[in-house]
Ligand binder design. Structure first.
Ligand code: IPE
Ligand code: IPE
Ligand code: MG
Length: 256
């Protein structure tokens, strides 16, 4: 009897946790190089395996009812890598869009890019814009691809546009509120991330969503990105569900 009751409780707990899925999940997909090194493979193989993980996670997030998934795929600082690796990553993104866009569209996912567009290869930009246009009216999960993205660059671009609007008289200094600043960011109209996952054990943001992460929960699994699977994501959701988010106030449990 006790055993049965215990099982019931844990089944209920599991069910509750399943329902407590973060609205916006953002992932720093790190560790492709280390995954490859561990296997004596070139770093590029790690990136290739990383794309398979990405496919799985997009599908699983959509299935779990995540409203918005942001994936950090190339940072504004990643240009510092050897030209051959950068070229490989660009080719990978291009092939991913070409091969997977139709399937993503079929899943009713809306695609949006955040990051600096200026200076990007025209061919890549055209592909990204094609993906955004094709999926614009989809009503399922929003997939935000952070590409050539750096939060300081995003903030600098936002400040520049805001200053231009003030100089042109379209905006006055007293209109510069938190909400207004947000409207100039690449993430305008997106909710703040609830959960930020960084794989591979590194515990830093590396210039990712600095403004938006103000009240995000962080999760740092040791798993390298190519090994991050559905089960690992469910573990992250369970850890998230157990957090007590207070936003500077009091715990809902205490306040009651
Ligand atoms: C993440 O894996 C992919 C990108 C940054 C594009 P890394 O390439 O950073 O892998 P590690 O950190 O060297 O293992
Ligand atoms: C952050 O990872 C960028 C992406 C995952 C795209 P990095 O591997 O570039 O970050 P650092 O250099 O370890 O901080
Ligand atoms: Mg890395």
């Amino acid at each position: 009897m006790t055993v049965t009751a215990g099982l019931d409780v844990s089944a209920q707990l599991d069910a509750d946790r399943r329902t407590e899925v973060p609205r916006h999940v953002a992932v720093i997909m790190d560790g492709n190089g280390r995954w490859a090194a561990k296997r004596g493979l070139p770093r590029t193989e790690g990136h290739r395996a990383g794309v398979s993980a990405l496919r799985r996670i997009v599908r699983h997030c959509a299935d779990r009812g995540v409203a918005c998934l942001t994936l950090f795929s190339f940072s504004s600082e990643n240009w510092k890598r050897p030209a051959a690796e950068v070229g490989f990553l660009m080719g990978l993104l291009e092939r991913f869009v070409r091969r997977d866009l139709a399937e993503i569209h079929r899943q009713n996912v809306r695609v949006r890019m955040i990051g600096e567009r200026e200076g990007l290869d025209r061919k890549i930009l055209d592909l990204i814009e094609e993906g955004e246009a094709l999926t614009r009216d989809n009503t399922g999960m929003t997939l935000v691809v952070a590409f050539n993205y750096g939060a300081r660059n995003e903030l600098a671009r936002a400040m520049r546009r805001m200053s231009e609007d003030i100089a042109a008289g379209r905006l006055s200094a007293c209109d510069v509120t938190e909400r207004r600043i947000e409207s100039y960011l690449d993430t305008a109209c997106l909710p703040d991330p609830d959960l930020i996952i960084r794989t591979s054990g590194e515990q830093r943001l590396s210039n990712f969503l600095l403004w938006q992460a103000a009240y995000a929960e962080f999760y740092f699994p040791d798993t390298h990105w190519p090994d991050f699977d559905e089960e690992a994501l469910d573990d992250a959701f369970a850890a998230y569900a157990a957090r007590d988010r207070r936003f500077g106030g009091l715990s809902a449990k205490v306040a009651r």
